[in-house]
Design a protein around this ligand. Structure first.
Ligand code: ARG
Ligand code: ZN
Length: 877
């Protein structure tokens, strides 16, 4: 089989023909849906005449084709597995086609498919070509008019983008609905939903005084799980008006929840389609984290209405234009309505673990890639999260006011257009007067920049000399890197006063908290009039997506932990202190010597636990140790067993030393008021549950009693799930057995809760879990066809059960590749995502490397989808 070929960014050309208006008719049937398309086409003004018309189309059975009303002969066009080409077409014409497709057989969940009997679509990035022949590219924007014909009984609800304009009954129990979307859009934003759905309805009055109807469509049994998503939507609409001056532009906004969905959600114009996991919540079924995720995703998709839909991407290399900006917007929204420092801590902790690993692996790519084989492989942490970090840096560089002016300019200048990342950055440069040319390198260079920093206090001159040196490691295809513009927010914390000192640099005051700009490979910053020896607090609030190394002593870190005025860096000082202790313990474990706990960590934790604080949310974060994945990120060579053993040792040592303190925290934070997903309540629950984790780490008798009580009280899913996890993950499996069984029986009817039940079991660190994974894959609630189930069971095992996934007999690797091979046939996008842990083989010892590579080779020998092929080929290159 010949290898699939990449597409290159520099090959971009405007389309030869554009579509001004698209008329579609769907006659729905599970295995034989008929799609009629009437495309109003014209030559693109920038392209020469006489070019052939090329339309994309995959898995379509052509039934009829006519140009300007004349049926075409089979000699007039060519169809291959990529699409339809007509060699000669006029300057302006109408093309009519009719195709047949089989939604019920569509397991890839791209294009039109059925989920639990409900017809729905997913067109981004290139799913529309599985619906009809079309110029499936984001720079072709047309108005759409769509008629859906379905069965009155099984599809009482027929939804599409825009406004409903007509409906009626037909013969044989059929009916139809016609929708018009007046906003020109690329076909990736097309959506159709048909099925037996129920709605909840609400309203929002825009700042312009228009009343918008808001509808949330779900299966009947989920009607009681919609309140939070609806409230989140209204908050997001108000926030985007207040913050960005962006008003909604249709009279109707709909969200539909479906069970089978490849990712979180999709911003189709006026008709967002969501993975049910990203929309449904109920205190008894969803955890605080799930509530927060729903809020963020509802906002994210809503914000796309402007950053994505009104102004979209010229080509898919620009994906981060809409995703980076929209993630930044949703992060700010969540920070505004919850706790800003905690949001930043959580986002940065996740980023430093997962995106750094991506940047260090074989699939590393810039946030604007130069080539790809399969675009669905590029919905990555780099495009989304690093893209958002880069927009955040821009925002910090130019300041909020200029950023807002730049954003206004961008939306005004490019409304209704498909544009590039330069267009966006140019607006920011124009609005602020800043030269952002060096900054643009962030978009083209892959890899995580590292800053080596050191500092010295000069007592005689009262100066502090801070030297920063940057380097970005080589990544595939990019051996050499250039210096980036890195904004480093910082303070100098006086060791005597414990306060931020005023910083003076080159005769100018930077204030007590300021930003220095590293634009060279290396630079020494000389701060003058520094009255006392300081400890530098660097990269405050994670001001740039880089790794910063500074030779802090443990005393320095304990000092920052107590005194840093920046909440983020106070947290980070604790993480760094714990990492130093963990390093020693990892070494001790490897060398087979006795592990000794660093008492400075214990004392730091004691202070945290006994000093009163109003910010329980931050405190809870500070009490959490770095995850095994993050610890692994810091090691030159990952030793999964040593990391696990060292981390467990720290947890137990802290629990033994601070047992009474943890107990007190637990007891003081368990008010059982009616559940609400509110910041204060969430903070209390997370603090209480961290404390309980420590108590359970030593199977403390009182802790165990509380844990059981918390489970049995069944107050809300956050507490129940946490208690159940601790019971099931304790060294004595019997402790959790009965609760686990009852939980599984009680929730057998609710797939989203069963996902949690699967995850709890397969993340159990003790041995035998691989057998459990295999057994659970036969469970009636499991299905390889549902992406949520696959992620909850197989994905959670491979990513969050490191000791077992990396078992030295290779069973974990084998299990994952078995699933990848099977899933490659059913759902290539999910299969390609699932391979990720195997692609990180370079980070492990030789034995594991060989085992992992052998599985990658085994996968590569299969007939592969382009998706899996691209990932595996890169991993083995
Ligand atoms: N645009 C969607 C979002 O971020 C995600 C679409 C992802 N598509 C895909 N095939 N993975 O909101
Ligand atoms: Zn998005």
């Amino acid at each position: 089989m010949s290898a699939p070929q990449p597409v290159y960014r520099f090959d971009y050309q405007a389309p030869a023909y554009r579509v001004t208006h698209t008329e579609l008719t769907f006659d729905l049937a599970p295995t034989a849906t008929r799609v009629k398309a009437r495309l109003h086409l014209e030559r693109h003004p920038d392209r020469e005449g006489g070019l052939p018309l090329e339309l994309q189309g995959e898995r379509l059975e052509l039934k009829a084709i006519a140009l300007d009303g004349q049926a075409l002969d089979s000699g007039d066009y060519v169809i291959d597995d990529k699409g339809l080409t007509i060699a000669r077409v006029p300057e302006r014409f109408v093309l009519e086609t009719e195709v047949e497709i089989a939604p019920s057989e569509n397991t890839a969940l791209e294009g039109l498919y059925q989920s639990n009997g409900i017809y729905c679509t997913q067109c981004e990035a290139q799913g529309f070509r599985r619906i009809t022949f079309y110029p499936d590219r984001p720079d072709v924007m047309a108005t759409f008019s769509t008629t859906i014909i379905g069965d009155q009984q099984s599809e009482p609800v027929l939804l599409c983008n825009g406004n409903p304009v007509d409906k009626g009954s037909l013969e044989d129990g059929r009916h139809f609905a016609t929708w018009e979307d007046p906003h020109p859009k690329p076909c990736y934003l097309f959506a159709l939903v048909a099925g037996d759905l129920k709605k909840v309805e609400d309203h929002f009055t825009t700042m312009g005084g228009r009343e918008v109807t808001l509808q949330l469509w779900v299966e009947e049994e989920n009607l009681d799980k919609t309140e939070h998503a609806m409230a989140s939507l209204k908050r997001a609409m108000a926030w985007d008006e207040q913050t960005y001056g962006r008003e909604y532009d249709l009279d109707l906004f709909m969200i539909v929840a479906v069970n089978d969905f490849n990712m979180g959600a999709m911003e189709n114009k006026g008709l967002n389609i969501f993975n049910s996991a990203a929309v449904l919540t109920h205190p008894k079924t969803a955890t605080d984290i799930a509530y927060q995720r729903v809020e963020g995703i509802v906002a994210h998709e809503y914000f796309h209405n402007w950053s994505g839909n009104r102004v979209t991407c010229r080509d898919w290399f620009q994906l981060s234009l809409k995703e980076g900006f929209t993630v930044f917007r949703d992060q700010c929204f969540s920070a505004d309505i919850t706790s800003a420092p905690v949001k930043r801590i959580q986002d940065a902790a996740f980023f430093r673990t997962a995106q750094f690993a991506e940047d260090a692996g074989p699939t590393a790519h810039p946030i604007r890639p130069d080539h790809y084989i399969e675009i669905t492989n590029f919905y990555t942490l780099t495009i989304y999260e690093k893209g958002a970090e880069v927009v955040r840096m821009l925002h910090n560089l130019v300041g909020w006011e200029a950023f807002r002016r730049g954003s206004d300019l961008y939306f005004e200048r490019f409304d209704g257009q498909a544009v590039t990342i330069e267009d966006f950055v140019d607006c920011m440069a124009e609005a602020s007067g800043e030269d952002l040319s060096q900054f643009m390198r962030w978009y083209s260079q892959a890899g995580t920049p590292e800053i080596d920093a050191h500092g010295e206090y000069d007592y005689t001159h009262s100066e502090y000399h801070l030297t920063l040196r940057q380097r970005t490691p080589a990544t595939p295809g990019q051996p050499e890197k250039q210096a980036l513009h890195i904004p480093v927010r910082m303070g100098l914390v006086g060791t005597k006063s414990g306060r931020d000192l005023t910083m003076t640099l080159d005769g100018e005051s930077l204030g007590k908290d300021g930003v220095i700009h590293l634009c060279e490979d290396e630079r020494t910053f000389v701060f003058t009039d520094v009255a006392e020896a300081p400890v530098p607090s660097l990269l405050r609030s994670f001001s740039a997506p880089v790794k910063l190394h500074f030779p802090y002593s443990r005393e320095d870190l304990a000092f920052l932990l107590a005194h840093d005025s920046d909440g983020f860096n106070r947290w980070d000082a604790g993480q760094r202190l714990a990492l130093l202790a963990l390093d020693d313990l990892i070494a001790a474990h490897r060398n087979g010597v006795e592990k000794v706990m660093d008492t400075r960590v214990i004392e730091a934790f004691r202070t945290l636990l006994t000093t009163s604080t109003d910010d329980k949310a931050v405190l809870a974060e500070m009490l959490m140790l770095p995850s095994e994945a993050y610890i692994a990120e810091q090691q030159p060579l990952v030793d999964v067993d040593a990391i696990h053993a060292a981390r467990e040792f720290v947890r137990q040592s802290l629990a033994v030393a601070l047992r009474d303190e943890f107990l007190a925290v637990y007891e003081n934070n368990r008010s059982q008021v009616a559940y609400a997903p509110e910041p204060e309540q969430i903070a209390e629950r997370s603090l209480k549950n961290v404390a309980l984790s420590y108590l359970m780490a030593i199977e403390d008798e009182q802790g165990l009693a509380y844990c059981r009580e918390q489970y049995e009280a069944d107050h809300n899913m956050t507490d129940v799930r946490h208690a159940l996890t601790l019971l099931v993950h304790s060294s004595d499996e019997a402790l959790g057995a009965s609760a686990l069984k009852r939980f599984g029986e009680k929730w057998a009817h609710d797939p989203l809760v069963m996902d949690q039940w699967f995850t709890i079991q397969v993340t159990r660190p003790q041995a035998d879990v691989i057998e459990r994974v295999k057994y659970l894959m036969q469970h009636p609630a499991f299905s390889l066809r549902n992406p949520n189930r696959v992620r909850a069971l197989v994905g959670a095992f491979a990513s969050h059960n490191r000791v077992n996934f990396h078992r030295l007999d290779g069973e974990g690797y084998q299990l994952l590749s078995d699933v990848v091979i099977e899933l490659n046939r059913l759902n290539p996008e999910i299969a390609a995502g699932l391979v990720t842990p195997l692609t990180r083989w370079q980070r492990f010892d030789e034995t594991r490397q060989a085992l992992m590579r052998a599985q990658l080779e085994r996968i590569k020998a299969e007939p592969l989808s382009p998706n899996v092929y691209e990932v595996v080929a890169k991993a083995l290159a």
